[in-house]
Write a protein that binds this ligand. Structure first.
Ligand SMILES: [Fe+2]
Ligand SMILES: [Fe+2]
Length: 133
């Protein structure tokens, strides 16, 4: 399942729209790698790149919410932590040789991100805008 950017994902905060587009690109890269049956090393690199960018992005969002006193900060962070935990677990299973690199995995990542970006990430948009972001 490819994920394609459209305005329904925009929360009006330019840096975060840009980062979300970056996440979509890394997921699509992983999708391509799996579809083209790339080797383990290439797939591991693609998953690692996605995890690293996700960590950076979540950290940037959390900082912006925290320093502006966003009321939904704790709940939002909880969602981030749950996702990181889930992806780390998949990565551990991959490293131990389990066949986790499937389109189901891509579907799971895409669905989580789409839902998260269209609901809780859009919800902080007006708050950050009001704080001058
Ligand atoms: Fe986000
Ligand atoms: Fe988020």
């Amino acid at each position: 399942m490819y994920v394609k950017w459209d305005d329904s994902y925009s929360n009006g905060i330019e840096i975060f729209d840009t980062q979300h587009k970056g996440l979509f690109k890394l997921i699509n890269d992983l999708h391509d790698g799996i579809r083209e049956k790339k080797n383990r090393e290439a797939l591991g690199t693609a998953l690692g790149a996605l995890m690293e960018y996700t960590n950076t992005h979540f950290g940037d969002e959390e900082n912006a919410m925290r320093i502006t006193g966003y009321p939904g900060y704790e709940d939002h962070k909880t969602q981030h932590v749950a996702f990181i935990t889930q992806v780390s677990d998949i990565n551990d299973r991959f490293r131990s040789g389990e066949p986790v690199m499937t389109m189901e995995l891509v579907g799971l990542l895409v669905n989580w991100l789409k839902n998260h970006i269209q609901t809780v990430d859009r919800a902080y948009g007006p708050h950050l805008k009001a704080k001058g972001a």
